[in-house]
Design a binder for this molecule. Sequence first.
Ligand SMILES: [Mn+2]
Length: 257
Amino acid sequence: MEKIAIISDIHGNLPALETVLKDIKKRNIKRIFCLGDLVGKGPDSVKATDICREICEVVLLGNWDYFMTDGGDFPMFRWYRQQIGKERLDYLRNLTPVFNFYISGRKVRLYHASHIGVAHRVQMYDPEDKHLAMFTNTEFTGDDFQPDTIGYGDIHRTYLKNMKGKVLFNAGSVGNPLDEPTAAYVIIEGNYGENKPGYFSIQTIRLPYDIELAIKQARDAAMPRIELKLYEEELRTSLYRRDELMKAWERKKKKQK
Ligand SMILES: [Mn+2]
């Protein structure tokens, strides 16, 4: 039997990533799968990318990884892109979007956001037909693997739902949790690579980490002002502030015209 750590949505938050990796090491877990969004939001896209690239057996493409490479010339991306540099952007651009595997007779599929693509969001409060659709094969997921278990990231909120044997779980976010202000990741345990039914478990881990250190690092990095404000508030409160603040920012800009 083997434990596999599933981490997601690091978003350049190094203190949170280090806390999670320490916990994974302490548990002697050797295999780590990452569901994407290494970069953006926080100040340390470079180290987050380099660390995941080195230690994760699988790294999947997230929406921020995608937007950073092929997402158009938005001013908010410039600061991050400059930091990340060409070689790492090429690495991010080439990340695989979907990973399938067997464990204890279960057929598990991992992706960042959904069966449609990296930027198609499915929340835990969405209706059940939307959750069931996540198990289907599409142009994005490819092949004819029929998953009975789906693990994803993107929404930064952990949950697990069992729909008559179809198991859907979210790994939450290491660096930008939006359900409670602690770093999250998931451990699954079973016979990795085996198509024979057997013991299987999914466990959510929550870890307090040094939020004020993460904020200090963001300030020292001289991040763009609006990004810094969002980052600080989200780390401290775990409330999703982006929509609200972007609207306020646009109102202010209109007034100034
Ligand atoms: Mn994300």
